[in-house]
Design a protein around this ligand. Structure first.
Ligand code: EPU
Length: 428
């Protein structure tokens, strides 16, 4: 019987052409939560058409919002008093729904959000979210699998040092601080372009924020915010995936819709591997004539090399000339999919957070399984450099981050086919 939920690719393709990338998943999801901070209708445009956005829409609906997803717009009507509870059923399907914690606490003074639980890429704690909000005066407890936060007298500004520039903790604290009394300073804040995007939307809504894109965010709380229309930035991880795919297949791909400066280090690594990169205005071209050379890569918080591109970095190393040392510093479980890469013939040995990869001229097509969004995309791309057909199973993971993955591959010249699952339960 044929396996369902799989993408099959024929190896040996050379990717060539243009690919348009939509809005960043990790921005759009949070921008939808930002809308909770103001009563009335906000519109987030350039949202990617992916399952996670549909789940986030459902989270907001259950909080009493009227949400419509139309094309690439999320239209969110927020009531005067949104609900204050996000249940396990949705939070377990979308870990990012934890980002309603900050805004709801700020608006309602009470919130109960299910704990998201474990994840295939690592343990992913919430201690920094919790201790940051506690510094602002919230009382936080956990029971029956929920985080319960209350601030009956309102939140007040505080100085918060993050142990690590956590993206999610920075966002939750930021979204709480914009409506708190007084000034909040977040030190060692995350600097990702998605954080800057969130700050930009908040400022358009009337928030007072300084330092967006730096390690210190200074937020002066205001009484109320107003709804706005905001356009999501392009998805640098999807753009980066195509850049790596171009180099691995000795291709010539122009990526549209992503600012190349969001990928500075990644593109520089590709140049070290032998590629030619031509940056443009909200687009870039990546051309590769020969077999790539091995490059050492270390993942770090932005502006370091993004952990979400680690599977692509391993794929590149697996087909490059020579050996590469790849180091993961963000998620303890990110190497869990390496066994699948090894099934494709990659010569990878891991030890703790390091992987030593000896490049092979060609991988060898095999059935493998996606374990998360990025691993899934990385395996399909690696399959392009394999002899024969590679069949990647459980590709619903890929749907969570790449809206048009199969048709994009086709348009770039890949022989690809998908056998689908009858799973999606949310409509656009
Ligand atoms: N961490 C803690 N305690 C905390 C918060 C984080 O220990 O209170 C740890 C985590 O366990 C992890 C590390 O810090 O090991 C980084 O976590 P961070 O909070 O920075 O990441 P996140 O907000 O959970 C977002 C993206 C991820 C992306 C990371 C890093 C969203 C929805 N997710 O996760 O994206 O890898 O930042 O850039 O924004 C993906 O899109 O596939 C994805 C996993």
């Amino acid at each position: 019987m044929a396996r369902v939920d799989v993408i099959r690719v024929k190896g040996g393709a050379r990717l060539a052409g243009d690919v348009r990338v939509g809005g960043a998943k990790n921005s759009a999801l949070k921008l939808m939560a930002v809308a909770l901070l103001a009563e009335g209708r906000s519109v987030v445009s350039n949202v990617p058409r992916i399952t996670d956005i549909a789940i986030m829409a459902e989270v907001l609906r259950r909080l009493g919002c009227d949400v419509t997803l139309e094309g690439t717009e999320a239209i969110i009507d927020v009531p005067a008093e949104p609900g204050s509870e996000a249940d396990y059923d949705l939070v377990r399907r979308l870990r990012a729904s934890i980002c309603v914690l900050g805004p709801l606490l700020a608006r309602r003074g009470y919130v109960r959000v299910a704990l998201p639980g474990g994840d295939m890429i690592g343990s992913r704690g919430l201690d920094m979210h919790v201790s940051g909000l506690a510094r602002m005066g919230a009382e936080i407890s956990g029971e029956h699998g929920f985080v319960i936060a209350s601030a009956p007298a309102g939140l007040r500004g505080a100085k918060i040092w993050l142990d690590f520039p956590s993206v999610g903790a920075t966002e939750n604290i930021l979204m709480a601080a914009v409506l708190a009394k007084g000034v909040t300073e977040i030190d060692n804040a995350a600097r990702e372009p998605e954080i800057v995007d969130i700050c930009n939307m908040l400022v358009e809504m009337g928030a007072k924020i300084e330092g967006a894109g730096s390690s210190t965010l200074i937020v002066e709380g205001v009484e109320a915010l107003k709804p706005v229309r905001h356009e999501t930035i392009g998805d640098r991880i999807v753009g980066g995936t195509w850049a790596f795919a171009s180099v691995m297949t000795r291709g010539d791909v122009t990526v549209h819709g992503v600012r190349p400066e969001f990928l500075d280090i990644a593109l520089d690594k590709l140049v070290t591997a032998g590629a030619r990169v031509e940056p443009g205005d909200n687009r870039f071209r990546v051309v590769m004539a020969d077999r790539p050379r091995g490059v050492d890569i270390v993942t770090l918080p932005y502006p370091g090399f993004a952990t979400d591109l680690l599977p692509m970095a391993l794929g590149l190393a697996a087909v490059a000339e020579g050996s590469s040392l790849i180091t993961e510093n963000i998620f303890d479980g990110r190497f869990m999919f390496v066994n699948e890469m090894v099934r494709l013939g990659a010569d990878i040995r891991t030890d703790g957070h390091h992987a030593v990869v000896n490049g092979r001229d060609r991988l060898s097509g095999a059935p493998v399984r996606a374990t998360d969004i990025r691993a899934g995309a990385g395996l399909v791309i690696a399959g392009l450099c394999a002899d024969g057909v590679t069949e990647v199973g459980e590709v619903h993971h890929i749907d969570r981050g790449y809206p048009d993955f199969v048709s994009d591959l086709e348009n770039l010249g890949v022989e690809v086919e998908r056998t689908d699952v009858p799973e999606p339960t949310f409509d656009f």
